[in-house]
Write a protein that binds this ligand. Structure first.
Ligand code: UGY
Ligand code: MN
Length: 248
């Protein structure tokens, strides 16, 4: 809901940002036609080392490109569409996801109205001695949620292989009402996050923020972070983290 009083829950700080949908403004992204593109998080903010964006499609939309030196991750958060990846066609539905390594050709089309893609994109950092990963097409329904650090009320779905050739991880975290991140995490990995359902309180640095479905969070390296799910339904978020590479 747009605010008429000049208030918003959005805050952009040195080591974190909470960006709420009332402030989203579309921008144009080369290769995408008849699509509404919101760049949630980008290096121009001063801290992030990746980009997070959301693309809303309809029947007339198309998105074409080549990942070049980047890797792209796409998650269908709503609706369905078709993706041609290096010439091969894939039908995507809500919960489908794609990992595209560098130099992959992609084309999205055939969306139903209101289809939403979430994307994380960054420069791929190859690890010496490891192969460049191939294209991955998956569906969240096929990934079992596992208790996080033994906590059955907070379950993690790990969407990409836990392998050193990957320099990113994308996970979906689902919390039962009242469940929490077990401790206040402080770590070198940064996060880009989209709240998919439910809500609660996110502690970011020393601040506590009410969050709800549709909200975006950037957590910079070493931003203390904690979450408690509130309300009567489950809460879930999808998030990116950089992994498996030396900080030096
Ligand atoms: O993977 C993570 O670091 C995750 N536990 N962080 C988070 O949910 N804020
Ligand atoms: Mn974390």
């Amino acid at each position: 809901m747009k605010s008429k009083s000049g208030s918003t829950r959005t805050v952009v700080k040195r080591n974190y940002a909470l960006i709420t949908p009332d402030g989203f403004v579309p921008s144009v992204l080369p290769g995408w036609k008849n699509a509404v593109v919101i760049i949630h998080i980008a290096p121009v903010m001063g801290g992030p080392r990746f980009t997070q964006l959301a693309i809303t499609l309809d029947e007339t939309s198309s998105g074409t490109g080549n990942t070049g030196a980047l890797e792209h991750f796409y998650y269908v958060s709503k609706g369905d569409c078709t993706a041609q990846l290096n010439g091969k066609q894939h039908e995507l539905t809500t919960g489908s996801y794609l990992f595209l390594p560098p130099k992959a050709k992609f084309q999205f089309s055939g969306a139903s109205k209101g289809t939403k893609l979430l994307s994380f994109q960054k420069k791929f950092e190859r690890l010496v001695g490891e192969k460049i990963p191939g294209i991955i097409v998956g569906h969240a329904n096929a990934i079992k949620g596992k208790p996080f650090l033994g906590h059955k009320d907070a379950r993690l779905q790990v969407l990409l292989p836990d392998h050193p050739s990957f320099d990113l991880a994308v996970n979906i975290f689902t919390y039962d009402p009242g469940a929490t991140l077990p401790f206040v995490e402080t770590h070198i990995m940064e996060h880009g996050l989209l709240m998919l359902s439910g809500g609660g309180i996110y502690r970011l640095d020393a601040d506590r923020h009410r969050v709800t479905a549709g909200d975006v969070i950037w957590m910079g390296s070493y931003c203390p972070q904690w979450f408690i799910a509130q309300g009567k339904t489950k809460s879930s978020y999808i998030y990116y983290k950089d992994v498996n590479r030396s900080p030096l």
